[in-house]
Design a protein around this ligand. Structure first.
Ligand SMILES: [Zn+2]
Length: 136
C-alpha cells in the first residue's frame, strides 16, 4: 500500500472506532505495518469486517488474520488438471503424444493446439534438449 492508501485506511479506522485515542507512536506503527501490505482493497475489506465484529480498535494481529483470510479466500487454486473433468479423447489428458518417427513426443493437437501449431511449423521438436538449444 502506498502512503495515500495507508492514510485513507487509518482515517477510516478513526471514524469506525472514534472512542479510542490514538497517539502518534501507535499511528506511526500502524502506518508502517500497513505500508508493507500489498492489497489495499483487501485491507479495506478487512477493516470493514472488523468494524462489524468489534467495537474496539483491533489489534494488528487481528487485522492481519482477517486480511490474510480474505487474501487466501480469493486466491485461485492452481491445478494441472483441466477445468472440466473430461479426458481428452486424443491423449487421455497427458497433453503429449508419442511421435514414433522423431522418437520424441509431440503436443496433443486436441488440447494443446497452440503448441501443436508451433510444433507443426517446426518451431518445436518435442525434445527438451533440442528445444532448449533452439531457444538459447
Ligand atoms: Zn489431448
Amino acid at each position: 500500500m502506498n502512503e495515500t492508501e495507508t492514510k485513507t485506511l487509518l482515517s477510516k479506522m478513526q471514524v469506525f472506532w472514534p472512542q479510542q485515542e490514538r497517539d502518534d507512536a501507535q499511528t506511526a506503527l500502524w502506518a508502517t505495518k500497513l505500508g508493507r501490505i500489498r492489497d489495499f482493497h483487501k485491507a479495506d475489506e478487512a477493516v470493514a469486517l472488523l468494524m462489524e465484529a468489534t467495537p474496539f480498535w483491533p489489534h494488528f494481529s487481528e487485522f492481519m488474520r482477517t486480511y490474510n483470510s480474505l487474501v487466501s479466500a480469493s486466491a485461485k487454486t492452481w491445478t494441472a488438471k483441466p477445468e472440466n473433468d473430461r479426458k481428452c479423447p486424443t491423449c487421455r489428458d497427458a497433453g503429449w503424444l508419442d511421435d514414433e518417427e522423431a522418437r520424441a513426443v509431440k503436443p496433443c493437437p486436441n488440447c494443446r493446439s497452440e503448441q501443436f501449431d508451433r510444433w507443426s511449423k517446426g518451431a518445436m521438436t518435442g525434445r527438451v534438449d533440442l528445444d532448449n538449444w533452439a531457444r538459447a
